[in-house]
Unconditional design. Structure first.
Length: 282
């Protein structure tokens, strides 16, 4: 599939490239006389240098800009300067129409067509490079924006902040976030959890998302058995009760991992229930 797509793009480039060059040449010829006439008071017989120099400069800037896009090293300055010169050229050509709307439209037609084609090529290159490097962010579907605009905005915001390019991956992170926040709602209240929940629990929500968004390759390790976890957890809770400290689930997990025990987040609730660890009162 990828090979067929590459061949199709190469074929389209072979067809489009001569047309773009022809359009650029025709546009340059069309504005040559106007710009030469405007430059004659200052350049005299050498006035022809101005339109040719401007057209060659625009082509050089656009070609270099597209090359930078293809190398995934875009430099917007090239784009802006090229657009500035194209705009100035169009304005000068329109001024030669002396207010005639038909003539103004004809003067502006070819530059606008040329710019549109160049921007289409730029868009294709950006999408192509983004697919190859995995940096192109997939869009949130329009249907989701219409049905759930607020949650769609929050999903898009987290994809941007966490640099998540895959829409399904963004949905997975959103589910993990909602699950973690729902647990805090249940323990501390729907609105007061941001202030009443311990800092360790609020930080754990962000760390959990960070770990899911940027997974690091690890060597698979066998988790501790249920009996080992229960015995270690009971010992930790007993020591905490002797000091008059009530542990949360997050505190228990942190101390277990500090002792070298391996426990997944999904087993944490089961362990807390197994040893009778109570939640902090709301």
């Amino acid at each position: 599939m990828t090979r067929n797509l590459t061949q199709a793009v190469a074929l389209a480039a072979c067809v489009v490239a001569p047309l773009v060059v022809a359009l650029a040449v025709l546009g340059g010829i069309g504005s040559f006389a106007t710009l030469r006439h405007l430059a004659e008071p200052w350049f005299g017989p050498q006035a022809w240098i101005v339109p040719i120099g401007i057209d060659l400069g625009i082509l050089a800037l656009l070609a270099w800009d597209l090359l930078m896009e293809f190398a995934d090293l875009p430099w917007p300055v090239l784009h802006w300067i090229a657009w500035t010169f194209i705009t100035a050229t169009v304005i000068l050509n329109i001024s030669a129409a002396h207010g005639d709307p038909i003539a103004s439209l004809m003067h502006a037609a070819m530059p606008v067509l040329f710019v549109t084609v160049i921007e289409g090529i730029r868009h294709l290159i950006r999408r192509w490079v983004g697919l190859a490097t995995g940096t192109r962010r997939e869009r949130v579907p329009l249907s989701r924006w219409l049905l759930a605009p607020i949650s769609s905005f929050m999903l898009w915001r987290r994809m941007v902040l966490w640099n998540v390019t895959s829409y399904p991956r963004g949905l997975q992170l959103e589910y993990l976030h909602l699950e973690a926040v729902s647990a805090l709602h249940q323990a501390h209240g729907r609105w007061m959890w941001r202030w009443k929940a311990p800092l360790s629990e609020r930080t754990a929500v962000r760390l959990q998302l960070a770990g899911a968004a940027f997974p690091t390759p690890q060597i698979p390790q066998q988790q501790d058995s249920d009996d080992q976890l229960i015995q270690a957890a009971q010992a930790i809770v007993a020591r905490a009760e002797q000091r008059g400290v009530r542990l949360s689930q997050m505190d228990l997990a942190a101390q277990l991992r500090a002792q070298g025990h391996r426990i997944a987040n999904e087993r944490l609730r089961w362990l807390a229930t197994a040893i009778g660890l109570r939640r902090e009162p709301v």
